[in-house]
Design a protein around this ligand. Sequence first.
Ligand SMILES: O=C(O)CCC(=O)C(=O)O
Ligand SMILES: [Fe+2]
Length: 326
Amino acid sequence: MESNLARRVDQATLPVVDVSGLTSSNPEDRLAVARALREACIGNGFFYCAGHGIPQGLMDAVFAETRKLFALPSEAKMDLEKSKKSKCNRGYEVLGGQTLEAGAPPDRKEGYYIGLEMREDHPMVRAGRFNRGPNVWPQDLPGFRPTMLAYFAAMQELGDRLMQAIALSLDLSEDYFDGYQVEPLSTLRLLHYPPQRPDAPKNEKGAGAHTDWGAITLLMQDDVGGLQVFDKNDGSWIHADPIPGTFVVNLGDAMARWTNDLYKSTLHRVVNASGRERYSVPFFYDGAPDYEVVCIPTCLKPGEEPKYAPTTTEGHLMEMFAKTYG
Ligand SMILES: O=C(O)CCC(=O)C(=O)O
Ligand SMILES: [Fe+2]
């Protein structure tokens, strides 16, 4: 059932980067991680992140709550549906609700969106700013809200740490992105992929080929597999097989804009050919809405021009959103 374009390769094809050195007080340890990140970022822009310090118990709890959520009866899920329940894209997204690959059938996945919790009376919410506002919480799952809020905070903190290392890797000071890390537009997304159907429309996938939009994505996947990453070296698809306890980290389009394509976002897709239900939890690490996404001076070689028009986190995300939701 797998596409013939896909091939099975050794897991080592995507590098594993141990980031535990980032919490060291010795700058040499942090630099060593930054060097490894630079290599991965200039390569396919995808790597497994180990040594991240996120407790396994929290990761397991997120999957447990995710399974409970998608196991709710469809009427209960429709009561949480994002276009009905939210002005800021929070809540449940139906199966086929997004088409990540232009021209392909809708994605065979259902999802749930969670963002930074912001009250209705917050000035940004009152001003109707993009994706700002309260979350939608299922009433009948008492563990869901505290688990997801704890995970959101932990992932934001891990993302902040990785951005400090990415700054180092670009010959910038570690605090270069500090202004970005305030009231972030990050999104936690819960995903459920039913098995691929034998009678599926041609080219149907769990998630069509796409690049991610923000700065970096930190993906937790279960043991089913199905994520494929485009290999720019030979045009094949690398199977990002699950490695327990790691995150798959990849660069988003904002990173390409900042670095003038030195650190590119990479096409990836999901084909759940396993015959089993697959669950995954991407965290789209993003930043402050008004933070500028413009070419970073250290990323411009002599004589080179910026390839992208300057924008902001919010402006860039709004552009990307319109592409897959119309
Ligand atoms: O489920 C996965 O493994 C990947 C999901 C993904 O690429 C996305 O939501 O952007
Ligand atoms: Fe993605």
